[in-house]
Design a protein around this ligand. Structure first.
Ligand SMILES: [Zn+2]
Length: 196
């Protein structure tokens, strides 16, 4: 059931973007400066490069972690101007976390499978721990991240349960976990990817 709902939400993205012109203009009017990317090194010690695309803010702010054609680890940043700086910073670190945790070089679990959702929850957790410990995000700053996340996810049709469970995982990580380095090492160890 949940899988169907989520798949449907994703399918709605196209409709959302081609929807009412007035709604799109209202969205486009809200542009923000684009933040500097954080430092990011993957689990093999390679430097990750951040690349901006579609900065006209016509669509949801999003990121994608991958390797380019030459094998260089990259994060593609889409429509970052559409989102406030705190949420841009979160997306950068979430995508970086897919490199830090080794996700990028592991087989892709099926979309919305438990394994996929776990990878997303881990990346969200690493991202908020980095913002807490490296950028001194307090509760109010975390609130800005989750409010923007709620707005972007609702805009592309995610059901409330997906939004609220994602945000409660983030709040839980912020409150309960230690340093991001140790958290990442724990994940890598569990995956047999920890470099000696
Ligand atoms: Zn992700």
């Amino acid at each position: 059931m949940a899988t169907h709902k989520l798949s449907f939400s994703v399918a709605v993205i196209g409709l959302g973007l081609c929807g009412s012109a007035s709604a799109q203009q209202a969205e486009t009017a809200k542009t923000h400066d684009i933040v500097s990317p954080p430092s990011c090194t993957n689990n093999k010690g390679e430097t990750v490069v951040f690349i901006d695309r579609n900065t006209a803010a016509a669509g949801p702010a999003a990121g994608m972690a991958n390797r380019d054609a030459s094998g260089k680890p990259i994060v593609l940043r889409s429509n970052f101007a559409a989102a406030p700086p705190a949420y841009q910073s979160f997306i950068d670190r979430h995508e970086c976390a897919h490199h830090q945790s080794g996700d990028v070089d592991r087989p892709h679990p099926p979309r919305n499978s438990p394994e996929h959702l776990m990878n997303e929850a881990i990346s969200d957790c690493i991202a908020i721990l980095r913002l807490r410990d490296e950028e001194n995000y307090d509760r109010a700053a975390v609130g800005k991240v989750t409010a923007a996340m709620r707005h972007e996810m609702a805009k592309i049709g995610f059901p409330e349960i997906s939004i609220s469970s994602r945000i409660s995982n983030i709040d839980n990580c912020y409150a309960k976990y230690g340093a991001p380095k140790e958290f990442i090492e724990g994940v890598l160890k569990q995956r047999g990817l920890l470099q000696p």
